[in-house]
Design a protein around this ligand. Structure first.
Ligand code: AMP
Length: 293
């Protein structure tokens, strides 16, 4: 097996900036991939996307406490620094930034970045405070790293759109790139949380993406959107999912709810469902076929 040495890990803003300053002096472009660790192929695809844009790639690993609501899985969130470092080395990452909670939120920290509208639907209604936690920490990570690019996954579409909005609104000097959803062989979107699933739940979990792709196809062929999503919800409950937080069709750019497909506008189906103790999210594009209205 090819052995590549592990990337250096830094834990402080000062060390991070020192490394980035040297790279910039050498004229290298720098890209940042923010993660919470528990890495899988989805994260590594972001590192590869980053590599295509920049000579130097930083992956941050920080399980951000402020984006977990009361009673969520902050304590049990998967943490495995050694395995993460090995995976990142093989994907072409140059530096790991793994700050402590007190490095990110020192005593007296009092600022909150809150993006309106986009964060108020979908996961925003089911995870109070989640997106404020995300945009605040991402704003800090971007300021700390001072990279040219930051790369985010399309799996967390609402997060991606919120970060783009924040960067635009706050004139942050960084370009945001996105990377498509990486899926398991049965189509389940890869997620650090998939390891919570029992064997039986894992089999059921694969049905989510298939139901969403089938629904997108029906809508694209002109079948009434509301009827399709209602049938999809029922089918998932029958398949064994415990609860549906939402299954909705929305405009891909501004996340406005849609009731019919409109020409010239991209739409997606967004879903969050619960399976046992695990919450799964996914989204799929509604690809127009020409037959729809
Ligand atoms: P997380 O560690 O779950 O906070 O995710 C860190 C980044 O990886 C985010 O930009 C996610 O959207 C992205 N990501 C997570 N899972 C996937 C996946 N299956 N495919 C593509 N990107 C992903």
């Amino acid at each position: 097996m090819l052995h590549i040495s592990r990337p250096r890990t830094v834990t402080t803003i000062v060390e991070l900036r020192d490394v980035v300053r040297d790279w910039r002096r050498a004229g290298d472009l720098v890209a940042l991939v923010p993660t919470m660790g528990g890495l899988h192929e989805g994260h590594l695809s972001l590192v590869r996307t980053a590599r295509r844009r920049a000579k130097r790639v930083i992956a941050s690993i920080f399980v951000n406490p402020t984006q977990f609501a009361e009673g969520e899985d902050f304590e049990k969130y998967p943490r495995d620094e050694v395995r993460d470092a090995e995976l990142l080395a093989n994907a072409g990452c140059d530096l790991i930034y793994a700050p402590t909670v007190s490095e990110i939120y020192p005593d007296g920290f009092a600022t909150n970045i809150s993006v309106k509208n986009i964060t108020e639907s979908l996961c925003g209604t089911h995870r109070p405070g989640h997106f404020d936690g995300v945009t605040t920490v991402v704003c800090k990570l971007l300021n700390q790293a001072q990279a040219d690019y930051a790369v985010f996954g399309e799996k967390d579409w609402q997060q991606l759109v919120s970060i783009r909005q924040m960067v635009r609104d706050l004139d942050m000097p960084i370009r945001i790139a996105s990377s498509p959803i990486v899926r398991e062989a049965d189509g389940l979107a890869m997620s650090s949380r998939n390891r919570y699933l029992s064997e039986k739940e894992r089999k059921i979990a694969g049905k989510l993406n298939r139901a969403l792709f089938a629904s997108a196809d029906h809508i694209a062929h002109g079948i009434d959107l509301e009827r399709v999503l209602e049938a999809c919800t029922k089918a998932l409950l029958t398949a064994g999912f415990n609860e549906i937080d939402y299954i909705e069709a929305r405009d891909s750019a501004n996340l406005n709810l849609i009731h019919t497909l409109e020409h010239g506008k991209e739409a997606r189906i967004f879903a969050a469902v619960r399976l046992g103790q695990t919450r799964l999210i996914d989204n799929v594009p509604i690809e127009r076929t020409g037959r729809a209205g």
